[in-house]
Design a protein around this ligand. Structure first.
Ligand SMILES: C[S@@+](CC[C@H](N)C(=O)[O-])C[C@H]1O[C@@H](n2cnc3c(N)ncnc32)[C@H](O)[C@@H]1O
Length: 254
């Protein structure tokens, strides 16, 4: 099967990012990186079952923790979870409709790239200067983050914009392009930090993710290599032979 067919075999709740909550420990790591504290008004855009609100209010003592969730079942779960916790609020609505001007810190994490772009424009308009945005995997758009503990990013308003993708990559990863070794290390670090991949799947996920990272870099013309390097051919072969997933069509589209 090709990559699209493989993705289609996964539950749509995961591929569309509807309910894929971060472990509590990971949420705490994010909050520590962002220096979440007593003066903050925290917003989780797409709060799922509200666990981030609970942690922000009970363990980090924020002034207020507000979750926005459009999935009614999840929003209800968040309401239940937070009903006895002071200073929390769950808004059952589309996050694009909620005013963010009082927020001092916002968590943004969903798979939909159009929604991410619209959120970015909204944050540029509404978030006050000094407001921080927490993202996972990459800073949004071409912004340059203030704090990085890959794959976690904190970006502060007013947002600083890189002149090019290569400049952004340099500010984040220290070099202006991504080679396959870097792609592999990023995949490993992502898997370690997210704490969600079981040990027995680790090898498979690392191969898959490092190929996807490198192929994306190649297509966006920010791969360091000028030719497809030997390890990419090798791992494409392993994916096809042992797992029946043919990723070569991703390269064909280039
Ligand atoms: C990947 S989950 C993140 C959950 C939680 N913030 C976390 O990091 O663990 C994304 C959440 O965003 C919600 N969501 C997606 N689009 C939304 C929208 N337009 N308005 C509000 N919530 C939305 C989904 O229902 C889902 O609960």
């Amino acid at each position: 099967m090709n990559f699209d067919e493989f993705i289609a075999t996964l539950p749509s709740s995961i591929t569309r990012g509807y309910h894929y909550p971060l472990p509590d420990n990971v949420i705490k790591k994010l909050f520590l990186l962002a220096d979440l504290g007593k003066r903050d008004i925290f917003y989780d855009l797409g709060c799922g079952d509200g666990r981030s609100l609970e942690i922000a209010a009970t363990e980090f003592g924020v002034r207020k923790a507000v979750g926005v969730e459009s999935n009614l079942e999840l929003a209800q779960a968040a309401v239940e979870r937070c009903k006895k916790i002071m200073k929390t609020r769950v808004i059952k609505d589309d996050l694009l409709k909620v005013d963010l001007s009082v927020a001092t810190i916002v968590l943004v994490r969903y798979a939909d790239s159009e929604l991410t772009q619209r959120t970015e424009r909204k944050l540029k308009r509404e978030l006050a200067d000094g407001g921080r945005v927490i993202t996972i995997w990459s800073p949004f758009g071409l912004t340059i983050p203030d704090k990085i503990d890959f794959p976690f990013f904190v970006t502060k308003k007013p947002f600083c914009r890189a002149r090019s993708l290569r400049d952004q990559i340099k500010s984040v990863y220290g070099q202006r392009c991504i080679d396959f070794t870097a792609a592999w290390l990023l995949a490993e670090r992502y898997i370690d930090q997210l704490e969600t991949v079981k040990t027995e799947y680790r090898r498979f996920v690392t191969i898959l993710q490092s190929l996807v990272i490198w192929i994306n870099a190649w297509k966006m013309r920010v791969a360091c290599e000028e030719e497809i390097p030997p390890p990419v051919h090798t791992y494409l072969g392993i994916m096809k032979t042992f797992f029946d997933v043919d990723l070569s069509n991703l390269l064909d589209k280039y």
